[in-house]
Each structure stands twice: as structure tokens, then as C-alpha cells.
Design a protein around this ligand. Structure first.
Ligand SMILES: *Cc1c(COP(=O)(O)O)cnc(C)c1O
Length: 372
């Protein structure tokens, strides 16, 4: 068969990401490409940096977008901060915590694992006990919003505990940024990474990262060079540090940065507080509808993410068949279960631009028909 141009259908994306991208962000992506060292582009990177500082609620000078997806943001934090022999306490309550552990081991660090029940928040008491028992630990790492289960952990409390015990904090905010309250400076987060395609509703492939002064100092004082050349932030710092100081490191994904800039600008215009509220409001409507359909939530009420709703698949219902039906009949994508929840739960995302009333109504109507 002859290969032809690709025309994707217009889907509604209500899974664990990517989420619906707003038309304005798609339009930004289609603007003319300019050189990545063009003074106008350097200006755009500066603006993107300050928009990211707003989104993260931080004054961290080191606030950038890594030219690769959220997983690369994760790797950036670990590979730069963790040196061989460093002890890292890793909280695992889902798939992404497991990946953190994998990162620590590959950096030559020692992972002290806190295994928690999937579908629950990280338990601060367990973390405190672990910090007490590991006085030589250098970092506490955890996932703020566990997309594999839909659980939200108390990042503020966990960071406080870490600092009381002399640990720096590494936080996965891939799904939380823009969707739920997140305050990097107030909460004392030292290294944080996110993704473009979840609650920022931008195209996939970029990862916002921010590092505190203490984290930057730890990197500058490394005894061994960072093992990854591309992700070595001591090299990237020059690339993101403004006009005059800019030196070539790699070619930025120019058009993707246009898109990220636009999505962050939309977030700033809406305001973070309003975006958080909108996610909560849409979640409440969706929740009521899902309960009406007889579906049960996996995560207890107080620990639930508004932007990622994990519900148990009812007995006798074929998981794959329902998702196929939604995709084919309604152009609607919802997420399958991941890890421990594969085959027995659905993950319904309400992320960023997807957290709208039309989407909630479509999803409820489509699921009702599918279940009948
Ligand atoms: C999606 C996700 C990632 C990985 O991001 P990619 O852009 O897919 O590489 C990491 N952590 C969490 C919590 C996520 O939801």
C-alpha cells in the first residue's frame, strides 16, 4: 500500500496523557521555525523560563525545559544529583516511584525503598521513621501525583520532614503541575520535573525542570562528572542563561518551545488558582456521574487526584472492548490500568484543556452507552 500523508482523527483525550491540546497551542506550534540562537528565540526562552517559574511558584534561577519528555526530566534530576554511593529514600506507591528507584540504582546510588500500597498517598509517618533510621540519606524522592493510580501525596509535609532530617527533595510533578496546588519554594522542593502533555496541555516531548540553590550547589560540588552528556546540567546551564551568555549545547525543539510558551501563557492568564479550582470542579461533576453509573473509585476520597480518576472495571465487563468502543464510536480515549491495576481499572484523565464540561458530559454519556 502506498504511504500517504497522515491525517489524524480529532480525538478527545481523557487518559493519563497526552491530554487534549488547545487550538491556540496547536496554532503556536505551526508558526515559522526560526534559528535556536536567533535573538528573538533567546527572548522567547527567557519568557518561557519566567512563565515556568510562575507555574512552579518558584524564584529558582535554574528553571528550564529539558528537550525531551517527562522521563528525561526524571533522569535529569537523578543523574545530576545522585552520585555513586549516595543514599536516596524512594517512596514507591505506583509505577513512577518504581522508575525513580531504577534511576537511583543506575546512578550508582543506594535506594532505600519505602513500599506503599498502590492507590494510596505516601504515608508521612512511614517516611519519618525511615528518615530517622537512615541519618546518612542525602535525598527523599517521591511522586506528587501518581498517574498510575490516581493518588495525590502531601508534598508539603514530606518535604518538611526531609529537610528536618537534612535531606534534599526530588519530586515528580509530571501530572500535578497545573492540575493541583504545587508550591516549589514554599514547600521546599529542591529538584522537580514535570511534563508538557499532562495538565499543561501542550504537545508531548518537553520536560520542565527546576532546581533550588542547594540542588545546584550539590551538582557543582560533584566528585565525578555526570554520566550522561546530554542531560548534564552543568553544560545546559550556559544554554539557558540568557543573551550574551548563550552557547550552543543542542538544537532546541524550537516549535515545541513556541507551544510550551503558549500553554504556560494560557495558564498564567487563567491563573494557577483558577486552573486548580477548574480541575476540582470538573472532577466533582465527573465523580458524581461515574458513581451514578455504579463505578467505584480506587483511591480514598481525601487522597484522590482530580485530574486522574481511577475506577474499578465492573465484574464481567471487557476492559479492552469498552475502550475500543469509546475510541471508535466517540473518538474518546480513556486510559487502561497500569502495573498492579492492568486489566482491572480505568484511568480517566481531566488534564488541562481536557478538564472541561463538554468532555465530562461526553465521557459520561459514552461510558453509559458502552456499559449498556
Ligand atoms: C507521564 C508521567 C511520567 C513520564 O512522562 P513522559 O513524558 O511519558 O516521559 C513520569 N511521571 C509521571 C507521574 C507521569 O505521569
Amino acid at each position: 500500500m502506498a504511504i500517504s500523508h497522515f491525517y489524524p482523527p480529532k480525538r478527545t483525550l481523557m487518559g493519563p496523557g497526552p491530554s487534549d491540546v488547545s487550538p491556540q497551542v496547536l496554532a503556536a506550534l505551526a508558526k515559522p521555525t526560526i534559528g535556536h540562537l536567533d535573538p528573538l528565540f533567546i527572548g522567547l526562552m527567557e519568557e518561557t523560563k519566567s512563565l515556568l517559574q510562575y507555574a512552579f511558584q518558584t524564584k529558582n534561577e535554574f528553571t528550564i525545559a529539558v528537550s525531551a519528555p517527562g522521563s528525561a526530566g526524571m533522569e535529569t534530576c537523578f543523574v545530576n544529583l545522585v552520585e555513586p554511593g549516595d543514599k536516596v529514600i524512594v517512596c514507591i506507591n505506583g509505577v513512577f516511584g518504581q522508575r525513580m528507584k531504577e534511576n537511583v540504582i543506575r546512578c550508582g546510588g543506594e535506594a532505600i525503598v519505602i513500599e506503599q500500597e498502590w492507590g494510596r498517598a505516601v504515608d508521612p509517618q512511614t517516611v519519618e521513621d525511615c528518615l530517622k533510621n537512615n541519618a546518612d540519606a542525602k535525598f527523599l524522592a517521591f511522586v506528587h501525583a501518581e498517574t498510575s493510580t490516581g493518588a495525590l501525596s502531601d508534598a508539603k509535609t514530606l518535604c518538611q520532614l526531609a529537610h528536618q532530617h537534612g535531606c534534599l527533595t526530588i519530586v515528580d510533578a509530571v501530572t500535578s503541575l497545573g492540575g493541583v496546588e504545587l508550591r516549589v519554594d514554599d514547600w521546599g522542593i529542591d529538584a522537580i520535573y514535570s511534563g508538557s502533555q499532562k495538565c499543561l496541555s501542550c504537545v508531548p516531548g518537553i520536560s520542565p525542570v527546576s532546581l533550588s540553590e542547594q540542588a545546584v550547589a550539590k551538582i557543582k560540588n560533584r566528585q565525578t562528572p555526570v554520566q550522561s552528556w546530554f542531560l548534564d546540567q552543568t553544560l545546559v546551564m550556559g544554554y539557558w542563561s540568557g543573551e550574551g551568555k548563550r552557547s550552543y549545547h543542542h538544537t532546541a525543539p524550537v516549535n515545541s518551545i513556541y507551544a510550551l510558551h503558549e500553554s504556560l501563557l494560557l495558564l498564567q492568564q487563567e491563573s494557577l488558582e483558577s486552573a486548580w479550582q477548574r480541575h476540582r470542579d470538573q472532577h466533582e461533576v465527573l465523580k458524581a456521574g461515574l458513581l451514578d453509573l455504579g463505578l467505584e473509585f480506587v483511591v480514598p476520597k481525601e487522597e484522590r487526584l482530580p485530574q486522574l480518576n481511577t475506577v474499578r472495571i465492573p465484574q464481567g465487563v471487557d476492559d479492552a472492548q469498552v475502550r475500543k468502543y469509546l475510541l471508535e464510536e466517540f473518538n474518546l480515549e480513556i486510559g487502561a490500568g497500569l502495573g498492579a491495576f492492568a486489566g482491572n481499572a480505568w484511568r480517566i484523565g481531566l488534564m488541562g484543556y481536557a478538564a472541561r464540561s463538554e468532555n465530562v458530559q461526553l465521557c459520561l454519556a459514552a461510558l453509559k452507552q458502552a456499559l449498556n
